[in-house]
Ligand binder design. Structure first.
Ligand code: HEC
Length: 209
């Protein structure tokens, strides 16, 4: 989540910098460096939230660079390839865990915030961006509705693999996705990833009712 928020903050800062920079002053790279300096000066460490969060990896840096336009095709292909290589299948080859636990992971928004500790249970906060069930009335719409995901896509091994990969590292399929890289960034454990994949792909899960 924090990477996404950071990208948004960076885009806003860049727009601000670009708008106010005197004509002829500063290359794109210089403006970006200045934006990072502004953020470094204004963010404070608090609890478990350290300033290393301002350091962008290559994927995030490229996506910040193209925050207001889609990245060029070759850049997008490069990002997707690099992120695809980071997806690790589950050690035992079983993609589906327990959808009931997956539902808890999807509902939970805590973890990695300054007000959390290292012991706070970490969630996927899926409902903040996706509809997943018919019952839930309070869900976000940044991402597409996932209601009936398995039913519509088919309960096939290929679709289980895709759901795993997508949740593990969304950037492997959509270069500058706004979805957190739950597996690749160590946000969710292997068991939690299996549980949310079961939430999407188990025919008995509320997602498919
Ligand atoms: C910050 C918002 C955000 C959060 C949190 C989030 N997603 Fe997403 N998700 C998106 C967006 C945006 C897309 C569409 C763009 C893309 O494909 O990456 C997406 C796409 C997906 C897709 C692909 C849908 C398709 O039609 O192929 C799946 C599956 C998915 N999300 C599952 C999840 C699960 C499970 C969680 C929780 C563990 C989650 N997402 C959390 C934003 C989010």
């Amino acid at each position: 989540m924090h990477k996404t928020l950071f990208a948004a903050a960076c885009a806003a800062a860049l727009a601000g910098c670009a708008g106010t920079s005197p004509s002829g002053g500063g290359s794109d790279a210089a403006v970006r460096a200045k934006a990072v300096d502004v953020m470094k000066a204004s963010f404070k460490e608090r609890g478990i939230a350290k300033l290393d969060r301002l350091i962008q990896d290559e994927t995030q840096a490229l996506c910040s660079q193209y925050a207001t336009t889609a990245p060029p095709k070759d850049v997008a292909a490069r990002i997707e390839k690099a992120n695809m290589a980071l997806i690790k299948p589950p050690a035992d080859g079983q993609y589906l865990g327990d959808w009931k636990r997956g539902e808890q992971v999807a509902q939970r928004g805590t973890g990695f915030q300054y007000s959390d500790t290292e012991k706070t249970p970490v969630g996927g906060n899926c409902y903040a961006c996706h509809q997943l069930s018919k019952q839930e009335i309070s869900y976000g719409t940044i991402g597409p509705s996932l209601y009936n995901f398995g039913k519509l896509r088919g309960f096939t091994p290929e679709m289980q693999k895709y759901a795993w990969g997508k949740v593990y590292n969304a950037h492997a399929y959509a270069a500058c996705s706004n979805m957190p890289r739950f597996g690749a960034q160590g946000i969710l454990s292997e068991q939690q990833l299996k549980d949310v994949v079961a939430l999407l792909m188990d025919p008995k899960s509320p997602v498919n009712q």
